[in-house]
Design a protein around this ligand. Structure first.
Ligand code: 4AD
Length: 455
């Protein structure tokens, strides 16, 4: 048996009219008077038709075979799984430039006729209920295949740069990103919750591994229904020791690291034989990054919002003031106006997590960064970490946190601490940007968000 995506190679090797046998799913079915056409779908390969290595092939069934297999053909409908034997013929009219002229057909898995096919046009809530079927459509299939390659190139970059992959726990007892978005659970007799970020555990491995990254799901119980919020997302989090002799020098390196990472991943993805054409089909204007990103401090953002009449309260004409958190909508308006990636840096301490390093030029600020991309907003969040014992303890005090649960984390500062930093990428947000998807919910297999935990 041959995989559908290998048919073009088989044709080159064995020549026009060579015998083939393939199995797959009926993607489309056209019944004309004396001839029937099945678009047969396999797994591997580009989901676009009409190209080398595509995961689809046209099967053509002529009258004598229709008569012989009438009984089976009567039972075939969209999504049925079938086994086809025939001749592989060059035919310019077929979408792939070749087709299988069917000689024998076996029905492997019958498909009940769908009352209503789940397509792009189906209402969002039905698409969610029937996601297991919707995932068989072209667009979600393409997004899932691009996701595979995206993660592959993220790993490739990190391995190339000497990062070790580690697996921190996901059931934990301490907060990482604030208490308001914790998914609480009973852990035997104790209280625990699902992790918001693997970062704190990753930091503990720097003393033996130097550079590490975690690829775990993070969980946020945010009651947010925006197009960029999930309750469970795939969080790739690199963490690095000795980014610089000082935190400030390290911060500069951290930004370069994020830039390099994004340039490598988007370039490789765009050049990839399978992912590249699918990206161009989904997002024709997408271009890989080639140069460094624009930098803007939090302070400059507040100025920008004012100068460009992006209001906190449109009616009352009230602008955002320094120290205020800028929510998704104005942030999106700003980044869409700028139209290119922006490193937003040096957020005030009051807005950011307890572990972020102080900016030596202004102790009210942190050495922190968010990478904003047009059409999505924040895709990466990172910072240098408070690495000195006294300053970390100060941070805990300010936030009024229960330090008993963090003794293991504090120990990192007692036993050979060093300036270090890292960042976290929301895989679904980056994928949403690359594929021009409507929402992060389209960018993972079975999205989890407020009100949805099935299928
Ligand atoms: O900015 P965040 O909260 O940073 C952290 O968690 C750090 N501890 C990461 C680190 O330094 N190791 O989250 C990082 C990224 C965001 O930029 C965003 O892309 C994604 O995680 N993210 C979400 N993605 C989807 N749904 C949500 N609810 C998300 N919350 C964060």
């Amino acid at each position: 048996m041959i995989e559908i995506c290998d048919l073009s190679n088989v044709l080159k090797r064995n020549g026009n009219g060579c015998p083939v046998r393939v199995c797959g799913w009926v993607h489309k079915y056209r019944d004309q008077k004396n001839i029937q056409f099945i678009t047969l779908r396999g797994g591997k390969g580009s989901t676009l038709g009409g190209m080398h290595g595509t995961s689809k092939v046209q099967v053509t069934i002529f009258k004598p075979v229709i008569l012989k297999y009438q009984n089976i053909l009567n039972q075939i409908s969209i999504e049925a799984c079938i086994d086809v034997v025939g001749k592989l013929n060059i035919d310019k009219r077929a979408p792939q430039g070749y087709e299988i002229c069917c000689e024998e057909i076996v029905l492997i898995g019958k498909a009940e006729s769908l009352k209503e096919n789940v397509t792009e046009e189906t209402a969002r809530s039905i698409k969610c209920d029937k996601r297991h079927l919707y995932l068989r459509q072209d667009i979600p299939t393409m997004i899932m295949k691009i996701r595979h390659h995206l993660i592959k190139y993220m790993y490739e970059y990190l391995y190339k740069e000497g990062f070790y992959r580690i697996d921190p726990p996901q059931i934990i007892q301490q907060e990482v990103e604030g208490g308001s978005s914790l998914f609480k659970l009973k852990y035997f007799e104790k209280d625990a919750h699902l992790t918001q970020s693997s970062q704190l555990y990753s930091e503990t491995m720097l003393a033996t591994m130097g550079k590490v990254f975690a690829d775990k799901d993070s969980f946020r119980a945010e009651k947010s229904m925006t197009r960029r919020h999930l309750a469970e997302f795939t969080h790739i989090e690199p963490e690095e020791a000795f980014l610089g002799c000082t935190s400030e020098a390290g911060f500069h390196k951290l930004l370069l690291r994020i830039e390099q990472f994004m340039i490598y991943v988007t370039t490789k993805l765009f050049e990839d034989e399978e992912a590249g054409p699918m990206i161009r089909a989904l997002n024709p204007t997408f271009k890989p990054y080639t140069k460094s990103f624009k930098r803007m401090t939090y302070n400059e953002m507040i100025q920008f919002l004012k100068e460009n009449n992006i209001y906190k309260d449109e009616e009352m004409k009230i602008y955002y003031k320094y120290g205020e958190d800028v929510p998704e909508k104005p942030e999106r308006e700003m980044i869409d106006m700028i139209g290119e990636p922006v490193f937003l840096t040096n957020f005030p301490k009051t807005m950011k997590a307890f572990y972020m390093e102080t900016d030596p030029n202004d102790t009210e600020l942190t050495l922190s960064v968010d990478l904003l991309l047009p059409n999505v907003g924040e895709v990466v969040g990172g910072s240098m970490r408070l690495w000195r014992y006294d300053e970390l303890m100060e941070g805990f005090k300010k936030e009024e946190m229960e330090i008993e649960k963090y003794q293991w984390y504090i120990d990192q500062r007692r036993y050979g601490s060093c300036p270090h930093g890292g960042f976290g990428i929301g895989t679904e947000r980056l994928l949403m940007y690359i594929t021009n998807a409507d929402s992060v919910k389209e960018c993972c297999l079975y999205p989890r968000f407020m009100g949805r935990c099935l299928p």
